[in-house]
Design a protein around this ligand. Structure first.
Ligand code: AMP
Length: 112
């Protein structure tokens, strides 16, 4: 499958890893929109959060277990934002589910 983030999981495309386990990989966004901008992805291909099912939701569980650990290691004690974009209207550009961790500054109140 021609998926950018699957290639990052396989190591065919390099990334700056900040966390990895058997189910999840986290790496720095190549075009950061905040002082801390990390992407957390499942190691299996799931198109988007719209495609989460009873069969694959353990990956989402694991992602939300590791997000606080990453936030701690990135020094985000004042808080941060977690975003997942879905489909065209959600402005999703990479169609492998990912959760943005954005922090290191106060976020704007408006989200859209
Ligand atoms: P989204 O627009 O929600 O699909 O987010 C995709 C994100 O992937 C964007 O913030 C991009 O900057 C980021 N991105 C694209 N290519 C890479 C890459 N090779 N390594 C790290 N981040 C990337």
């Amino acid at each position: 499958m021609d998926c950018l983030f699957c290639k990052i999981v396989s190591g065919d495309i390099p990334s700056t890893k900040v966390y990895e386990d058997d189910m999840v990989l986290a790496f720095r966004d190549i075009a950061p929109q905040a002082p801390v901008h990390v992407l957390v992805i499942p190691k299996i291909h799931i198109d988007s959060a719209q495609d989460v099912t009873f069969e694959n939701s353990d990956y989402v569980k694991r992602i939300f277990e590791v997000i606080p650990k990453i936030a701690d290691s990135e020094g985000l004690e004042n808080g941060y934002r977690v975003i997942t974009n879905i489909g065209h209207d959600g402005a999703q550009s990479v169609h492998h589910m990912h959760f943005h961790i954005l922090g290191g500054k106060a976020m704007l109140e408006r989200m859209a």
